[in-house]
Design a protein around this ligand. Structure first.
Ligand code: NAI
Ligand code: 13P
Length: 413
């Protein structure tokens, strides 16, 4: 390790986000940057949305120099621990918490986006034109972007705002388990236009040094095409392909399969959060495992139908059943995810789920509640609520217009 091989430059990595999953994925990336120093710069930047944290006498890091009100970034850099969003996990020393988003992404060739989805648009707008034009992205976000024009994957939205190509990472990945290095699998989906290596090839010979511009097109369901000029990665960098992405994310405890289906990977990650709410409610009612399995069965069918109906041309249905991003994520999320647990507790404690989120998650953010609203807004516009009875029931229960006890009758059709 340490030799640059045929390439003169290394990839600099920036992680946009530092919540529960954001920090866990940054830990993985920093570990891999250190052990693949022929491809990656060792120092990894992680953008932290700055906030104050209280270091009290009960904190394991309490000392004469670290006490009272402190900036989260300073605590992370001082202790190598994200005491707020991933407590108890030691982070690699080459991971740098940075309160400036602009500074964290500066000169990065690879950007990994890992924020609750409601914050992504504003964050991307703030760095538009301030990143390398030939950077590439990976979105770890579980959600869909619904706007006036239709529905987009967050990988597409990020790509459109920043003028870059962006793939996706999603899988059965409860962050706290991954951070504790308990074995899991994930799916990385990456399928850029021809200028980036399309097949998972180990070839690494430098190609022409010319910078080429091509049109990259992505479309939403209203049929609109938007074009992004995609700039080729200079040939003195190792190519950003399936091999490089595997080197970035794969760990002995985090097994990566790299595929081409970005839409299937992203859609399943977003929609399983809606199903997990229903699973949590059913569990909270004390109805047992059979009832939860019924909700998951219908949920999976609706996930596949949604992908097929609205992203049909680009999606590979096998992703839902064969990859970690599909049914495996549905299973883990309906067993121990935050959406599942919060929904369960909201029934058990007879409190709105938003209140459970505030009481129990210490600043972490549920994505299923927001996605249920986003998905319903979109389905309503298409006149298709009835074709997705579970998604519609989840939305109506959140709105207080339906009871959990009505789920079995409503989804049986
Ligand atoms: N936590 C998990 O187990 C997993 C989460 N995911 C997905 O990863 C994405 C990120 O989730 P987490 O990292 O867990 O986040 P989180 O749920 O821990 O959210 C907290 C994060 O949001 C940030 N934040 C709060 N207000 C903000 C603002 N105004 N602007 C920007 N950031 C702000 C906080 O600084 C903190 O970093 C989500 O889409 C989630 O569904 C995916 C797999 C596992
Ligand atoms: O996506 C997840 C596991 O893969 C985590 O889901 P929650 O956000 O419900 O915890």
């Amino acid at each position: 390790m340490g030799s640059l091989g045929p390439y003169q430059r290394k990839h600099k990595i920036g992680v946009v986000g530092s919540g529960n999953w954001g920090t866990a994925i940054a830990k993985i990336i920093a570990e891999n940057a250190a052990s693949n120093s022929d491809i990656f710069e060792e120092k990894v930047e992680m953008w932290v949305f700055e906030e104050n944290v209280e270091i009290t006498k009960d904190s394991p890091h309490y000392s004469s120099s670290l006490q009272g009100t402190q900036k989260l970034t300073e605590v992370i850099n001082h202790t190598n621990e994200n005491v707020k969003y991933l407590p108890g996990i030691r982070l690699p020393a080459n991971l740098h918490a940075n309160p400036s988003l602009e500074d964290a992404v500066k000169d990065c060739t690879l950007l990994v986006f890992n924020l609750p989805h409601q914050f992504i648009l504003k964050s991307c707008e703030s760095i538009k034109g301030k990143i390398l034009p030939y950077a590439r992205g990976i979105s770890c976000i579980k959600g869909v972007d619904v706007n006036e024009e239709g529905i987009s994957l967050f990988s597409e939205t990020i790509g459109r705002i920043l003028g870059i190509y962006c793939g996706a990472l999603s899988g059965a990945n409860i962050a706290n388990e991954v951070a504790k290095e308990k074995w899991s699998e994930t799916t990385v989906a990456y399928d850029p236009p021809h200028m980036d290596s399309k097949a998972p090839t180990p070839q690494r010979s430098p190609s022409s040094s010319q910078v080429e511009l091509v049109q990259f097109q992505h479309k939403d369901t209203s049929g609109q095409m938007s074009k992004t000029k995609l700039q080729a990665l200079p040939s003195d960098y190792p190519p950003i392909d399936h091999v490089t992405l595997k080197a970035l994310f794969h760990r002995p405890y985090f097994h990566v399969r790299v595929i081409h289906d970005v839409a299937g990977t992203s859609i399943s990650g977003a929609l399983k959060n809606v199903v997990a709410l229903a699973a949590g409610w059913v569990e909270g009612m004390g109805w047992g495992d059979n009832a939860k399995a019924a909700v998951m069965r219908v949920g999976l069918l609706e996930m596949v139908r949604f992908g097929d109906t609205f992203f049909g041309a680009t999606i590979n249905q096998a992703t839902f059943t064969e990859e970690s991003a599909g049914v495996a994520d549905l299973i883990t999320s309906c067993s121990g995810g935050r959406n599942f647990r919060s929904a369960k507790h909201s029934v058990e404690r007879n409190l709105p789920i938003e209140e459970i989120e505030k009481l129990e998650l210490n600043g972490q953010s549920l994505q299923g509640t927001l996605t249920a609203h986003d998905v319903n807004k979109f389905l309503k516009k298409q006149g298709m609520e009835e074709q997705f009875p579970l998604f519609t029931a989840v939305y109506r229960i959140l709105e207080g217009r339906m009871q959990v006890s009505e789920i079995p009758g409503y989804i049986e059709r």
